[in-house]
Each structure stands twice: as structure tokens, then as C-alpha cells.
Design a protein around this ligand. Structure first.
Ligand SMILES: [Zn+2]
Length: 245
């Protein structure tokens, strides 16, 4: 059992070192993730705003051609007015001209609304483009910062991962599963030595009878407070001496 515990603690030493190296990246990876999400959101908003703008401009164009067609008609009907032969024909043309003018008024009102909207959406597009540019600049600088750190630690990390792989193979399967579960639950340290009668992870007191048992290295004991696996000084020293990082 002692061998199993030593193998497990050797793995813990490598993992602690890997965690330490990885912490050099700080919050950069998660900051980059959220910046990427934000860029996508703003790009989508911008795409929608431009689509709206396109529709507004098409609407204005179509109103303009309707108005010019109506004006053409009015011009033609006014000319016809000078050539009419009956009152009925005259009244009918006047009515048509009146209706066309009303329609032009309606369309002009609608056009004015669209022009106002166009201005608003154009402003929105400008703001979004500015936001997007700033976000992309921030993202680029964070990515460069991370790349710098990666350059520094990549080699060391690669070597440590190889060592880890080797060490993990030496650990008993059931113990390895237990170790991974504890690490997920409590973070970095899953295996800790007993330090002057207390758990090296959470500081909870370990009963003296339990310490005697732990020192025998026959069984796996876990801290009752935090659930970490507790190891004896022997195991701690032996593992520490056999791992050179
Ligand atoms: Zn504990």
C-alpha cells in the first residue's frame, strides 16, 4: 500500500506544478472566451442594423419612384384639363388630381418618418462599428499577451505532461479515479501530508489514533473535514525525493 500512496503523491506533485504553471495564464483564457462571445454578439447586432438600414433605403427609393410617377400623372392630367370637352370629364380629372395629391402627401409623410429612422439606424451602426473595433483590439492584445505566456511555459508544460502520463500509469486505477474526483471537488490538492496533527489541506485536526493508522501506510484515509487523502511523512518524503522537477 505504501508504494501505491507514494505513486499517488508523486502524481500530486506533478499536478501541483502543472497547476502552478497554468496559473501564469491567469484569467486570460476566460477573458478571451468572453471577448470572443461579445465580438460575435456585436457582429450579429451590426449585421441586423445594416439589414434594417438597407430595408429603410429601399423603402425610401420605392416611395420616391411612386411620388415621381404620381407627379407625372398629375402633369398629364393637368394638360388634359385644357382639352376636355365636357364638365363630367373635367370633374373626373380634377378628382383624380386631388386623389393623387393626397397620396403624395401620405407618401411624403411616410418618407419623412423613414428618413428619421435612417438617421437613427446610421447612428446605431456607427456606434456598433466603433464598439466592434475596440473589442477586436482588446481581444487581439489579450491573445498576444497569452501567446507570450504560452511561449514561455509551453516547453515546460509539455515535459511535465509527459511525466504526468508516466506517473499516472503507476497509480492504482481505483485510487486514480478517487484522486481525480477529489481534485474536481476541492481543487489543486487532493493528497496532502498530515502537518503537526492537522490536515495539510484544510487544517482540520486529525485524531491521534487516526495519525497512528496513517503512519502505518496500510490503508487510504481521508480528512473528515475536506475529504482529501492524508499521507504520512514517510510517503511524503519518499515521493518528494523521487520526483525532480
Ligand atoms: Zn482536510
Amino acid at each position: 500500500m505504501k508504494k501505491k500512496l507514494v505513486a499517488l503523491y508523486k502524481l500530486q506533485i506533478v499536478d501541483s506544478k502543472l497547476d502552478e504553471i497554468n496559473s501564469k495564464r491567469g484569467d486570460l483564457p476566460s477573458e478571451i472566451d468572453s471577448l470572443n462571445e461579445r465580438v460575435e454578439e456585436v457582429e450579429e447586432e451590426l449585421r441586423r442594423a445594416k439589414e434594417t438600414l438597407k430595408n429603410i433605403i429601399e423603402g425610401i427609393d420605392s416611395i420616391d419612384s411612386d411620388i415621381s410617377m404620381l407627379k407625372e400623372n398629375i402633369k398629364r392630367w393637368k394638360k388634359q384639363l385644357t382639352q376636355v370637352k365636357s364638365n363630367r370629364e373635367y370633374d373626373s380629372l380634377q378628382k383624380q388630381i386631388g386623389e393623387a395629391n393626397e397620396r403624395i402627401d401620405e407618401l411624403s409623410e411616410r418618407r419623412a418618418q423613414l428618413i428619421k429612422q435612417q438617421g437613427e439606424v446610421e447612428d446605431e451602426v456607427k456606434v456598433l462599428e466603433k464598439d466592434l473595433k475596440e473589442l477586436k483590439e482588446e481581444l487581439k492584445s489579450k491573445e498576444e499577451e497569452l501567446e507570450e505566456i504560452n511561449k514561455e511555459i509551453r516547453e515546460e508544460e509539455k515535459n511535465l505532461l509527459k511525466v504526468r502520463e508516466k506517473f499516472a500509469k503507476e497509480v492504482d486505477k481505483i485510487l486514480l479515479n478517487q484522486y481525480e474526483r477529489i481534485r474536481q471537488a476541492v481543487g489543486v490538492l487532493a493528497v496532502v501530508p498530515v502537518n503537526s496533527g492537522t490536515c495539510g489541506g484544510c487544517g482540520a485536526r486529525v485524531p491521534s489514533q487516526r495519525i497512528v493508522e496513517i503512519w502505518q501506510n496500510n490503508k487510504i484515509y481521508r480528512c473528515e473535514a475536506c475529504g482529501r487523502i492524508l499521507i504520512s511523512d514517510d510517503v511524503y518524503k519518499e515521493a518528494g525525493e523521487s520526483v525532480k522537477l
